[in-house]
Design a protein around this ligand. Structure first.
Ligand SMILES: *Cc1c(COP(=O)(O)O)cnc(C)c1O
Length: 426
C-alpha cells in the first residue's frame, strides 16, 4: 500500500543508505568528475544517466524534484529557478513559434503577462477563456495550431477554482495536454493528475517553501499523455533532435520520461533557469512540514473569511471553501480538505478604503508575497496587476478595491482581531 501524503512530505525522494547523511546533502558543485572522456561522452549522448554540469541537473535538485513528483503522483519532475521559469518552460517545451495556447483568464498576473505579451513576441498566440465557460465555449477557443491548455487549480489572486475535469476533457478532445499551476492548492489539498491534468507546475516560492525564504519552481509530468498519438502537434518530442544526434524523446524515453528529459536536456541546457542546490535544500525543509502547515493556513483563512462575510464594511468576500462562494461547489469537489490560506475581498468605499484598511493592519504586513508563514496582504490593482487595463482586470477577476490577504500560521483569534481593528479605521 502506498504511504499517506503526510509520510511522503517528510520522507519521499531521499532514502540514505547505511552511514549516509540523514538530511539531503547540498551538492554545492557546478561540475562532476569522470575517469574518461568516453564516460562523459555517454552522458552527453543521453545514453547514460549521470551528472556533468549543474546548469542541467544537480543531485540535490533531483532529490527534491523526486519528492515533488511523488507528492503529485507524477513520473518525473524538474526544479526551476522560479515559478515563472516553470510556467515558461512547461509551455515552451511543447509550444513553439507558430503555436497557440488556450488559457484560463483568471491566472497569476505574471503568467498573464508571459502569455499575453512576452510569448506573443516569440510568435506564440494565446486565447483566454473564462474559467466558468461552457464546454462549447471552451471548444471554440481551440485552433488547429493549439498545443496546450493552461489553468490554475486556485487562481492567484481571483481565487476561482478550476474545473480541472472540464478543462482536461476539452484538451484531450483536441489532442493536447492540460497544464495546471497547482501552486495555491499544493499536492496536499489537490492532485490535478487525479482529475485528468497532464502536467503540473509550481511556484515553490509559495507554500512549498512556506517561509518566504527561497525562490523556486517545479514542473511535474504525469507520464500519461501520449505524444506519439498526436505526433504532428509535438514535433519537438516526436521527431529527431539534431542537437542530440537525432534522438526522438518520445521513442527513447517513453511517455513517462520524454517531456522532462527534453525540458532538461534542451531547455535547461539552452536557457539555464536552474534552481540552486542551496534553495532546493530550503525547499525540502519546507516540504517536510507542508502537510502540517496547509490545514492551519486553511483554518485561519476560513475564520477570517467567515468574519469578513458578516461585516457591514465589506462589499464581498471571495474564499472558495466559504459556503455561498462562486467556487464553493468546485471547491467541495476538488478541494474537500480546504484550498489555501488566501482570502480576497472588497472593502466598501473603493480603492481608498482598501488602502486605509491595509495600512491599519498590525499583524498582516504589506508585501508582494503570499503563502508565507507570516500573514501578509496586497492590493493587486496597484501592485501585481498594475499593468492591466480595467477590462483585463475584470477578466482576471480583480476589482480596484480588492485586497488579497494571505493568512499565515499565527493564532486564529489574533488574525481575526487584527482584521476587526483595521476595519474600524475604514
Ligand atoms: C507566485 C506565482 C507564480 C510565479 O512564481 P515565482 O516563484 O514568483 O516566479 C506562478 N503562479 C502562481 C499561482 C503564483 O502564485
Amino acid at each position: 500500500m502506498s504511504q499517506s501524503i503526510d509520510t511522503r512530505c517528510v520522507q519521499a525522494g531521499y532514502t540514505p543508505k547505511n552511514g549516509e547523511p540523514r538530511q539531503v546533502p547540498i551538492i554545492q558543485s557546478t561540475t562532476f568528475k569522470y575517469d574518461s572522456s568516453d564516460a562523459m561522452g555517454a552522458l552527453f549522448d543521453l545514453e547514460a544517466e549521470g551528472y556533468f554540469y549543474s546548469r542541467l541537473q544537480n543531485p540535490t535538485c533531483d532529490t527534491v524534484a523526486a519528492k515533488i513528483a511523488d507528492l503529485e503522483g507524477g513520473t518525473a519532475a524538474m526544479l526551476t529557478s522560479s515559478g515563472m521559469a516553470a510556467t515558461f518552460l512547461a509551455v515552451f517545451n511543447i509550444c513553439e513559434a507558430g503555436g497557440h495556447i488556450v488559457s484560463s483568464s483568471t491566472i497569476y498576473g505574471g503568467s498573464f503577462n508571459l502569455f499575453a505579451h512576452t510569448m506573443r513576441k516569440m510568435g506564440i498566440d494565446v486565447t483566454f477563456v473564462a474559467p466558468t465557460c461552457t464546454p462549447d465555449e471552451l471548444d471554440a477557443a481551440f485552433k488547429p495550431n493549439t498545443t496546450c491548455v493552461f489553468g490554475e487549480t486556485i487562481a492567484n489572486p481571483a481565487l476561482t477554482v478550476l474545473d480541472i475535469e472540464k478543462f482536461a476533457n476539452a484538451a484531450h478532445r483536441h489532442g493536447v495536454p492540460l497544464i495546471v499551476d497547482n501552486t495555491f492548492a499544493t499536492p496536499v489539498n489537490c492532485r490535478p493528475f487525479e482529475w485528468g491534468a497532464d502536467i503540473v507546475t509550481h511556484s515553490t516560492t509559495k507554500y512549498m517553501d512556506g517561509h518566504g525564504g527561497a525562490l523556486g519552481g517545479a514542473i511535474v509530468d504525469s507520464g500519461k499523455f501520449d505524444w506519439m498519438a498526436h505526433a504532428d502537434k509535438f514535433p519537438g518530442l516526436t521527431t529527431p533532435d539534431e542537437s542530440y544526434h537525432g534522438i526522438v524523446y518520445a521513442e527513447r524515453f517513453g511517455r513517462e520520461g520524454a517531456y522532462i528529459t527534453k525540458a532538461t536536456s534542451q531547455l535547461m541546457r539552452d536557457l539555464g533557469p536552474m534552481q540552486s542546490p542551496q534553495n532546493a535544500y530550503y525547499l525540502n525543509l519546507g516540504l517536510e512540514s507542508l502537510h502540517v502547515r496547509m490545514p492551519r493556513h486553511c483554518e485561519n483563512a476560513l475564520a477570517v473569511a467567515t468574519y469578513l462575510a458578516k461585516s457591514d464594511k465589506i462589499e464581498s468576500v471571495c474564499y472558495p471553501s466559504l459556503p455561498g462562494d462562486a467556487s464553493f461547489e468546485l471547491s467541495q469537489k476538488y478541494l474537500p480538505n480546504g484550498g489555501c490560506g488566501v482570502v480576497s475581498f472588497d472593502v466598501k468605499g473603493g480603492r481608498a478604503a482598501a488602502v486605509r484598511f491595509m495600512e491599519a493592519l498590525k499583524i498582516a504586513a504589506i508585501e508582494t508575497h503570499v503563502a508565507d508563514a507570516r500573514t501578509c496582504c496586497l492590493h493587486p490593482a496597484s501592485s501585481t496587476h498594475r499593468q492591466m487595463s480595467d477590462d483585463e482586470l475584470v477578466a482576471a477577476g480583480i476589482s480596484p478595491s480588492m485586497v488579497r490577504l494571505s493568512c499565515g500560521l499565527e493564532g486564529t483569534d489574533d488574525l481575526v482581531a487584527d482584521v476587526a481593528q483595521a476595519l474600524e479605521h475604514v
